[in-house]
Design a protein around this ligand. Structure first.
Ligand code: HEC
Ligand code: HEC
Length: 405
């Protein structure tokens, strides 16, 4: 959505690490990153294999019962398949009735997410909806100790669980016999091991959607799908590609449908989130309260643009999981400023309380100038109902696991 300058800056950041990591993903034999010991080159494969065991091990929560895969199921592009997560918009932790404040995103394709940084026009990259984790290893250290996720009281209890697991010897073979001697060091190696799995297993970056086969000329898109792609790209129609590019910035990888920038969309408040019972609580993304390193008011309400790969199977949508239906998301984009009463609660006079999930002083950050949001009441929406269906048809071509004829 940004000027070409930003695009170029982002692209520069991307190209070098991407080509190396993709190579790693293809060969599964690259070094284990900065944490690696000198012999890492030969051990990366077994580290990834141990990482896979940790990722799926439900005995690593307190009490037992929850693994990373509970909220990131490979059958659903690594999102939370549980009915409650979809209806409420957020995931339940291992302690019943404990919910986080955000939608569990797909964790596919993050091997290609650049580290958090600032380009000319603003922040981009990083992991989590607010970009606060720099690397997959940093990220993997969060859930085990989160009270609303895996609920381990401290690093030691998590490390102990790995130490008494069936694959503890594999873990020692991957990192050395003394690996459990120091708790903090062992914890970091566990998270690096999980990251190694996420970086190298092809399930995390398959590029096997109908769209990918179409790019290779192996399959035709239907006329609705093709029309949907045109509307998705067209600046005066969906303009989706401005933030979710359908053309890759370099030939190193196929398009990822995110430019990794941040924006405030004014997504309606999700009152099912327990934290939102407090009317003074607001999740402001980049400017907190989860992230704590920025206080600049211009960043408040901004969340990272997510990939749209697999979006047809990854409901709920947006950082707060407010929407459970993909068509509603597209309709929200094109009617938010024309018929806001469709989406927001009404005040006593029947007027929509627009952008109700932001305090008044930050509503100004919501993007109201870029298509498809540049409409005002009385205007025609950027997409008709039939065109919304075509965009949704196109989004359905982004699901991995397509079998070409
Ligand atoms: C209880 C559900 C739950 C569990 C268990 C869980 N996650 Fe997550 N995961 C989430 C949520 C919610 C977010 C988004 C949080 C945020 O943005 O603040 C997330 C975000 C992520 C991200 C960043 C995705 C992005 O779009 O930037 C990665 C990577 C990830 N999780 C990996 C893991 C790993 C590895 C584990 C196991 C060690 C794990 N998760 C366990 C719910 C969960
Ligand atoms: C100006 C930038 C911008 C434009 C234009 C844009 N998006 Fe987005 N999109 C975002 C951001 C930012 C988010 C995440 C917002 C949040 O979570 O609060 C998002 C989220 C989404 C999601 C939810 C994905 C998920 O996994 O939760 C979908 C679906 C989506 N966009 C589709 C579209 C479509 C279709 C269009 C065109 C009609 C479009 N977007 C146009 C920036 C944009």
């Amino acid at each position: 959505m940004r000027s070409m300058n930003t695009f170029a800056a982002t692209t520069r950041q991307l190209v070098v690490p991407v080509s190396i990591t993709v190579l790693c993903a293809l060969l599964t034999a690259c070094g284990g990153g900065s944490e690696a010991s000198p012999s890492a080159g030969t051990q990366a494969v077994s580290r990834a294999a141990v990482g896979e065991k940790i990722f799926f091990d439900t005995s690593l929560s307190e009490p037992a019962g929850m693994s990373c895969a509970t909220c990131h199921d490979p059958e659903r592009a690594f999102t939370d398949p549980r009915a409650l997560a979809i209806s409420m918009g957020v995931s339940e932790g291992v302690i019943p009735g404990q919910f986080g404040g955000r939608n569990a995103p797909s964790i596919a394709y993050h091997v290609l997410t650049p580290a958090f940084g600032f380009a000319e026009e603003g922040p981009y990259g990083g992991l989590f909806h607010d970009g606060r984790a720099a690397t997959l290893a940093d990220q993997a250290g969060g859930p085990p100790l989160s009270a609303v996720e895996m609920h381990n009281p401290d690093m030691a209890s998590y490390v102990d669980k790995v130490k008494s697991s069936a694959y503890a010897d594999d873990f020692k073979r991957a990192w050395g016999n003394n690996v459990f001697d120091n708790i903090a060091d062992a914890y970091n190696k566990i998270t690096a091991t999980v990251a190694e799995f996420e970086k190298t297993d092809s399930r995390f970056a398959p590029f096997t959607s109908k769209f990918d086969y179409w790019l290779k000329g192996r399959v035709q898109l239907s006329s609705d799908e093709q029309q949907g792609l045109i509307l998705f790209n067209a600046r005066d129609k969906g303009n989706c590609a401005a933030c979710h590019p359908s053309i890759a910035p370099s030939s190193a990888t196929p398009p990822l449908f995110t430019d990794f920038t941040y924006d405030a969309l004014g997504v309606p408040r999700n009152t099912a989130i327990p934290a939102n019972a407090d009317p003074d609580y607001y999740d402001l993304g980049l400017c907190g309260p989860v992230r704590t390193d920025f206080s600049s008011p211009t960043l408040c309400g901004k969340f990272r643009v997510p990939t749209l790969r697999n979006v047809a199977i990854t409901a709920p949508y947006f950082h707060n999981g407010k929407f459970s239906n993909l068509r509603d998301v597209v309709k929200f984009y094109v009617t938010r400023d024309i018929d806001p009463e469709l989406w927001y609660p009404l005040d006593g006079n029947g007027n929509a309380l627009k952008f109700d999930d932001l305090p008044d002083q930050y509503k100004i950050n919501v993007n109201i100038n870029e298509p498809p949001y540049d409409r005002r009441p009385g205007d025609a929406p950027a997409l008709t109902d039939a065109e919304i269906d075509q965009v949704v048809a196109f989004l359905n071509t982004l699901t991995d696991g397509y079998s070409p004829p």
